[in-house]
Design a protein around this ligand. Sequence first.
Ligand code: ASP
Length: 442
Amino acid sequence: MLKITKFGGSSVASAEQFKKVKAIVESDDARRFVVVSAAGKRSSADNKITDLLYLVNAHRTYHVDCTPLLEDIKARFVEIRDTLGLSFPVEKHFEEMTEKLPRLSPEFVVSRGEWFTGQLMAEYLGLPFVDAVGVVMFHHDGSLDLERTQSRVRETVMRSGSFVMPGFYGSTIDGDIRLLDRGGGDITGSILAKCLGADMYENWTDVSGFLTADPRIVDKPRPIRRITFDEMRELSYMGASVLHEDAIFPVRDANIPIVIKNTNRPDDPGTIIRETAKAGEDEPLITGIAGKKDFLTVHIEKNHLSGSIGLVRKVLAIFERYNVSIEHIPTGIDSFGVVVNSADVRDSIYAIVSDIQREIQPDQVRVLEGLALISVVGRNMSARPGTSGRVFGVIGEEGINVRMIMQSAQEINIIFGVNNDDFDRAIRVIYDNFVATDESAN
Ligand code: ASP
């Protein structure tokens, strides 16, 4: 059994958290390849090291002295080292970095959060430190060079047999540091799992997996035990965030399951994400509910629209021209809507509407604001006729007006739109009627 074990920022935020990581790693021989994020927040009022390093770069841009900031960052690492009785020369490396600071790239500076955390963790766990430079490889345009990464990872593993590697960054062939997206340590773990052909990718964080609904809306929602990659993608896209969205792609290709676990409660089962559910497992009807507020619909009516060719394309081209991504296109007979994120068209909506009027001469264009989208996700819904009827039944009984309905052919979700003001109530009523009462979710 071979696992890639990735610890997020909160799991490595302090010496106390390092101790939990050590106990987790040492409790399973399969945990020999460890990936770390930069030390994160120790409390809600604290700062993430990565954020502070971005701030260092901002100081550099505006020629503001960043010595006090660097001292604060150094102090975080020194504290971890001293509390754990380690010997890594944090001060020496900071001195070198401060000296070279004017010549260092912004990416290099930001990557030091993961680098120092990785060095300390490697010493603490007694595993070799392997830098991601020269292993996680990027093309010069910033995209990942998977082929080269694959061979570098394999060479590294042959050499070291185990490692602690910093997540979130890698390098070009010339050794220039490149960063993944924010939260990209999750992606590093996934890439390594794929390249090593791991049996499992464990992602340790500060929650016990995905929840069936947002805990700010539903009181103590149930955790999701099992979820497929497709379902997870739907839920993450619609607002449930535990894992970086892009972290599923590498492991999914290689059919490697991801397990989300809580460093602070390692005995909680967590959530397992994999391609399909195992046959015979009792699966709940609804896996989870997620959603987002603040969409708007540009609603277009034109007589004989249904028989005309190319009108929808022309409208979509207008949105493309303004660089606006489209969420949904609900259609009627002689009308259709284009649903977009309100924030994306804040500055361009008047121009878009006037272009539509000029280019397709509709009978009417209306902008309907304040729309919230809710996605009810569950792969088992397709096999049980009447599910959407029941969902809309409870929404109707609650007196909530449904403004639009969409279901993809894949039938793993029902998406519908309600007024922003009805958003929380709609989620709660579905949760109470379908999730809270579903015994197979246990
Ligand atoms: N440290 C990086 C961030 O804060 C990457 C990560 O934590 O995964 O975005």
